[in-house]
Design a protein around this ligand. Structure first.
Ligand code: GLN
Length: 431
């Protein structure tokens, strides 16, 4: 079924940049055989996955949508890929993204932009634009993306699908090409909450090969599905998040919040004094960590020297990141950014001491038309509400709230570290 949809529509949508039909069909046959023999099959049997182009899958081209890595063939499976395969999930192909995940529109890909299937002609958001577009266009059941400052939630919001960034450390990053390693987190996108729950059950796992993963008592996320009462749950709206967001988006998001209240949640108002600090702090840390991550692309291992073949945004981050990293500057900027990060984290932690969830818009504005050529600051402005969860290390998701002018907008739900299941519970109300 999916093969037909992809063959008919991928040329126009450009969600997949590499297809894995032969292996996928082999996997499907192996599962059928298991069933025919009465053998037990994995929890993901029959579900079809797409994987973002910055997560290693053996024998497929894992380019991070960059010319730098156009010939790089995954030599191993990332931990999440290994887990998916071991539960009989089928991998159908590799998905488009912004080059090295540095962007919010999927326009910086070496393979060209991806269309937003829910609003043709507009960007799907980014950087996991291919992941969200593939789900919106029904080209696979579940996609696996990465979120450094919103890259799962932002495209989920723009394309009208569900996207989940787990608690930092809940899912192994082993096998992910870093953008900014203290912020990066792998997570799923799907058309419904049950797809998200199934994927999390498989990929949220302690990994002894990855030192930032957490050894935690994981719930069965699928058990929470079907929940319709939020009695006893406190949810917070934050005026400062509303202030930076377009009115029409706020209206749509408020209606979605009302559904949570109708289900029994108690609504409270909170305030956050550091909204203006979020983007500068995020981008400073991102630039420095990205610069250091790219030093391995010096032409020796991967053929191309990154500075010679990458696009403008990646080059900007490398150049500015290298300046900031230089000794005489480091005390001035990077250390300040780390201080600002802990101020933001503490403030969010304090906010979450008194409530279960923070709810509000995922993205403050609607997606622009492909090719509009935004200034960097305009592009970064998309991220103001999503970077907070990465800076604080908390779980956060986006679920469709409704539409503005026929374009989807998302409701963002954030929780305390390792309270991922509370987000699933709240999202269940929408199913
Ligand atoms: N748009 C943000 C950036 O450019 C977030 C990207 C991401 O989450 N990978 O860094």
């Amino acid at each position: 079924g999916f093969i037909k949809v992809i063959d008919e529509n991928n040329e126009e949508i450009n969600a997949f940049i590499e297809l894995n039909y032969e292996n996928a069909l082999k996997q499907a046959e192996a599962i059928d055989e298991k069933i025919a023999n009465g053998e037990e099959v994995g929890a993901l049997a029959g579900l079809v996955f797409g994987i973002k182009a910055n997560i290693n899958v053996e024998d497929l081209i894992i380019s991070a949508a960059s010319k730098t890595l156009e010939d790089y063939i995954g030599s191993y499976n990332a931990t999440v890929v290994e887990e998916i395969l071991s539960e009989d999930g089928i991998i159908i192909g590799i998905l488009n993204m912004d080059e090295f995940a540095a962007g919010s529109s999927t326009e910086t890909s070496y393979y060209g932009p991806t269309q937003n299937p829910a609003a043709m002609g507009r960007i799907p958001g980014g950087s996991s634009g291919g992941c969200a577009a593939a789900i919106a266009a029904e080209m696979c059941d579940i996609s696996i993306g990465s979120d450094t400052g919103g890259s799962i939630r932002n495209p989920a919001s723009h394309c009208g699908v569900v996207g989940f960034k787990p608690t930092y450390g809940a899912v192994s990053r082993q096998g992910l090409l870093d953008l900014s390693m203290s912020l990066d987190q792998i997570g799923p996108l799907a058309n419904d909450v049950s797809g998200i729950a199934l994927a999390l059950n498989t990929i949220a796992k302690y990994d002894e090969t990855e030192c930032t993963t957490l050894d935690w008592e994981k719930p069965d996320f699928t058990e929470i599905l079907g929940e319709t009462s939020l009695e006893g749950m406190k949810i917070a709206v934050c005026q400062e998040f509303i202030d930076v967001t377009d009115d029409e988006i706020n209206k749509t998001v408020n209606k979605a919040i009302q559904k949570l209240v109708d289900a029994g949640a108690e609504l409270v108002e909170v305030s956050f004094d550091y909204i203006d600090l979020c983007l500068p702090t995020y981008y400073l840390i991102n630039y420095v960590e990205f610069f250091s991550a790219t030093r391995k692309y010096d032409g020796r291992d991967y053929g191309s020297r990154i500075e010679e073949v990458c696009g403008d945004e990646v080059l900007r981050r490398i150049k500015i990141g290298s300046h900031i990293a230089e000794a005489e500057f480091s005390g001035k900027y990077y250390k300040q950014a780390l201080k600002a990060r802990s101020v933001i984290r503490n403030e969010i932690t304090k906010m979450l001491e008194n409530v279960d969830l923070i709810v509000g818009p995922t993205v403050p504005k609607l997606p622009h038309e492909i090719g509009a050529e935004l200034e960097p600051m305009e592009m970064y402005a998309y991220d103001v509400l999503t970077v907070i969860a990465n800076l604080a290390g908390i779980p956060a998701a986006s679920i469709p709230a409704g539409e503005v002018d026929g374009i989807p907008v998302g409701l963002q739900i954030q929780a305390k570290p390792l309270d991922d299941e509370k987000i699933i519970k709240a999202m269940s109300v929408f199913e």
